[in-house]
Ligand binder design. Structure first.
Ligand code: NAD
Ligand code: ZN
Ligand code: ZN
Length: 343
């Protein structure tokens, strides 16, 4: 089969023939129907040092995916041929301290699909059955493929109280937009999105007429948000840009005793005033990494069932796997939402 493989520290991927992976007794073989590009795939493409430390080369990359089960290991009872699944790419062991304490997202033996375990920019993928989410019949492959990043948006919103709260989401990339949609469904009363890329500002304004989308190049986010909240600020700030300036602004627009959920990955250490922003404000700061495994997948399912937010329009571009170079350029351009590769 053809696959995108990271073989060395050199920038880029190789599109080449590899064997269809063999499954173990607890695995399933999935025929991949589509995989979207994640920010972390872009970092692997460019061989960013931090992410390369997490990769075991050579590795088939890609993890935001969906497909049909075509082969089932002899010990698997939870899935059968023909089931439509997406993997939770944080492959938890189920046996360590955290897994035994209802915190599998912190698993001490975590495998990472597309980084340490062969991934999904390929025709087939072998994964342990216990990390597969089975979609209800009728789910489209594309919706299945974006479950994983939508889950990050859902987890960021649900990492503290949101019902009846005002919320500001910094960065309206795909995950920021998923977070605004999840905020709507889970009961936020006032929503703000802050984004600097004009195409994404436009997309967010179209998708979320019930939110105020602010371009900092046109309006001051702090003044706009304070003016709209009786000078108090928002109850919840969610950082989804990774930009240090936006990270600081999350606190500038925060009401006293508010919650900041930090999700975006900053380029490195940054300067920050703890006294003014956290201590004096009695702020709650939450780090958010991936999903609270199945709890988030069930919340996501509940969100979709309401019909009040459809994340599909956030996939804006589709390419055959062979045209991955163009696809990655588009994903990096700030002109696109999610970009899907089809094997
Ligand atoms: N913690 C986790 O588990 C996890 C998981 C996935 C992604 N992430 C991170 O979350 C962030 C969002 O993911 P994404 O895929 O949507 O990324 P993305 O890069 O597509 O989106 C980030 C957006 O932020 C905007 N932005 C940049 N500077 C800004 C500023 N000063 N103010 C407002 N907006 C600004 C960019 O224009 C872009 O649209 C990234 O930093 C990504 O690395 C974290
Ligand atoms: Zn991802
Ligand atoms: Zn574990």
């Amino acid at each position: 089969m053809k696959a995108l493989v990271k073989t060395s520290e050199a920038i880029g991927f190789e599109y080449r023939d590899v064997d269809v992976p063999k499954i173990g007794p607890k695995d399933v073989l999935v025929k991949i129907m589509g995989t979207t590009i994640c920010g972390s795939d872009i970092h692997v493409y460019h061989s960013s040092p931090n992410i390369m430390k997490m990769c075991q080369l050579p590795i088939v990359v890609g993890h935001e995916t969906c497909g049909d089960v075509v082969e089932v290991g002899e010990c698997v009872t939870s899935l059968k041929k023909g089931d439509l699944v997406s993997p939770e790419p944080h492959i938890f062991c189920g046996e360590c301290y955290y897994c035994q304490n209802n915190a599998a997202l912190n698993c001490l033996n975590m495998g990472l699909l597309g980084h340490t375990i062969g991934g999904a920019f390929a025709s087939y993928m072998a994964v342990p059955a216990h990390v597969c989410w089975k979609h209800p019949a009728g789910t489209s492959y594309e919706l299945g493929a974006i479950h994983e990043p939508v889950g990050v948006g859902v987890h960021s919103v649900m990492s503290g109280p949101i019902n009846g709260k005002s919320v500001a989401v910094f960065g309206c990339g795909p995950i920021g937009m998923f977070a605004i949609g999840a905020s709507r469904v889970f009961g936020a009363t006032k929503m703000f999105g802050i984004e600097v890329a004009p195409k994404r500002v436009e997309m967010a304004r179209k998708l979320f007429p019930d939110a105020t989308i602010i371009n900092p190049k046109e309006q001051d986010p702090v003044k706009t948000i304070k003016d709209a909240t009786d000078g108090l600020g928002v109850d919840v700030s969610i950082e989804l840009s990774g930009h240090p300036e936006a990270t600081r602004m999350c606190f500038d627009v925060l009401k006293r005793e508010g919650r900041v959920s930090l999700v975006g990955v900053p380029p490195g250490p940054m300067e920050f005033n703890f006294h003014a922003n956290i201590i004096l404000k009695e702020a709650t700061v939450r780090g958010v990494f991936g999903r609270e495994i199945w709890q988030t997948w069930w919340q996501l399912r509940a969100m979709l069932d309401t019909g009040r937010f459809d994340p599909l329009p956030i996939i804006t571009h589709r390419f055959p796997l062979a045209e991955f170079e163009q696809a990655f350029k588009m994903a990096e351009s700030g002109e696109a939402g999610k970009v899907l590769l089809i094997p």
